[in-house]
Design a binder for this molecule. Structure first.
Ligand code: UDP
Length: 242
């Protein structure tokens, strides 16, 4: 924590990286430079003793919600989406290992040639040993999102912070792309989000964080050193607490 950090530094965090963080805008191909930048930040955090678990999205490759337009059954499309997260997760694993960071990829979907199955106690052990735990396959069931997986795993692994790296700077009173008078909200409570009907993540994910008192930081993944600064308790993006 730097002296000016207004929030408590995280000791064990859950970082949700959406699929967009793995590709250039509108593309599905991997953007290895972006993945490398992320890996460098995670190396810095682990070298400081911060325990890092990360839930990986797959929206750059496929989202189940696109099933109709693709002419694919929803359940099948959702499993395809879960497999997409495995591809992104393996890319992050490779970038981290190349940077000298020990990692374990753990999947909610059985795919044992490329990663371990997710087992809570094992994941905790990896974290305690300083390995970055890369969680792929979401929750392993259709009709969920990786945001929900992040909230669930964040609670299950007793993380003290859920950091959601996205393409927006944080939470606004309304959509800043559509409304010029949209106001940025750097600090919020869970109740305020509900009262003002703000959309910060899907409702299942949000409810899980609220029920378990898991603070959330929502920030732009392109913010320089955003991951490191948010974890240290600096002012980055929007922070939602009890
Ligand atoms: N998915 C799912 N169950 C889960 C997690 C993910 O069915 O527990 C599927 C769902 O189709 C989702 C896709 O995987 O659209 C990719 O995940 P997501 O859309 O959450 O990725 P992101 O938006 O973070 O890139």
């Amino acid at each position: 924590m730097t002296e000016s950090s207004p929030y408590k530094a995280s000791r064990r965090l859950l970082l949700k990286i959406s699929g967009e963080g793995f590709s250039k805008e509108g593309e599905t191909a991997l953007d290895t430079e972006r993945v490398r930048r992320l890996a460098t930040q995670l190396r810095e955090l682990t070298s400081e003793g911060v325990q890092v678990a990360t839930v990986i999205g797959g929206g750059n490759i496929l989202r189940g919600a696109q099933s109709q337009q693709l002419g694919i059954e929803r359940g099948t499309a959702d499993y395809m989406g879960m497999l997409a997260t495995v591809i992104n997760g393996m890319a992050l694993c490779d970038a981290l290992e190349a940077n000298g960071v020990n990692t374990r990829v753990m999947s909610a979907v059985d795919i044992h040639k490329v990663c371990e199955p997710f087992i809570r106690r094992r994941a905790v052990r990896h974290l305690e040993k300083g390995r970055v735990v890369i969680l792929v396959g979401g929750l392993g069931s259709p009709y969920f999102t990786t945001d929900t997986a992040a909230a669930q795993r964040g609670a299950e692994l007793e993380c003290d912070l859920l950091m959601k790296a996205t393409m927006v700077d944080g939470v606004y009173t309304k959509d800043p792309k559509k409304f010029d008078d949209a106001e940025f909200l750097p600090e919020l409570t869970f109740s305020e989000v509900l009262e003002k009907e703000l959309r910060v993540m899907d409702m299942t994910a949000f409810a899980l964080c609220r029920e378990n008192g898991l603070p959330i930081v929502i920030f732009n993944m392109d913010e320089p050193d955003g991951v490191v600064r948010a974890a240290r308790g600096d002012k980055v993006g929007s922070r939602i607490t009890s």
